[in-house]
Design a protein around this ligand. Sequence first.
Ligand SMILES: C[S@@+](CC[C@H](N)C(=O)[O-])C[C@H]1O[C@@H](n2cnc3c(N)ncnc32)[C@H](O)[C@@H]1O
Length: 222
Amino acid sequence: MTSAIAGNAENPRILITENTAIVAPRLVPEVTLHLADEDLPLYRAGEDELAALGIGTPYWAFAWAGGQALARYVLDNPAVVAGKRVLDFGAGSGLVAIAAAKAGAAGVTAADIDPLAAAAMSLNGALNDVEFNVTTDDLIGSDDSWDPLLIGDVCYDRDIADRLLPWLRGLTAAGRKVLIGDPGRFILRGMGLETIAAYHAETTGIMEDSDLRNAQVWRFAG
Ligand SMILES: C[S@@+](CC[C@H](N)C(=O)[O-])C[C@H]1O[C@@H](n2cnc3c(N)ncnc32)[C@H](O)[C@@H]1O
C-alpha cells in the first residue's frame, strides 16, 4: 500500500516535521507545536496505514483537551511549578512539559512510552526554546521526588487508569501535588477527584466527541 504519509518510524524527524503543521493549541496560544491538522494525511490515516509505517496512533500529533487545560492552568498559576521538579506523565506532544518549563520549573521530565512522542516533544521543546528531560520509560510505580506530577489526558482507557490512579493516589498520600487534566471521562467518576479549574479546550473532531470540549484540572479530594 502506498501511503501519502511522508517518512516512517525509522525517520521520526521526517515523519513529524513533514506530516504536521506548526500551530498553537487554541487554549495555549503561547506554545507552538507540530500538530496534525485536517488537511494532512496523518490526521485521517487508519490503523492499518499507520501500522505499515511502523507507528501506532499518533497521540503526540494532537493537543488533547485535558493537556490544554493543564498547560493553561500551569501558565496562569506559575507558582504551582516555579522552582520545582516537575513530571509531565503521558506527555504526547510535550505541551504540558513546555508550559511547566515556561512557567519557571527548576526541572521538567516528560515521559511517554511512545518513542515517536519522545521525538515530537524534543522537536516541540526546541520550537519553544525550552529544555526538559525526555524518557520513554514506563514510570508507573516509580518515584523520583517529582512534585508536582502533571497528567494530561492519560485516563483514556480502563487498563491504563487502573494502573495509573493507585500510583497517583499513593503519591498524593505521600504529600505530592498531583494534577490531572481531563474532560471528565467516566473512568474518573467515583475516583475521589475534585475540580480546581475548568476550561473550554477546542480540539480536533476526529479525536474527540465534539470540536469544543470542556476540560478540567482535577486533584484528589482531601
Ligand atoms: C491522549 S495522549 C495525551 C498527550 C498529552 N498529555 C496531551 O494532553 O496532549 C496520552 C499519552 O499517554 C501515553 N501513555 C500511555 N501509557 C503510558 C505510560 N504507561 N507511560 C507514559 N506514557 C503513556 C501515550 O503514549 C499518549 O502519548
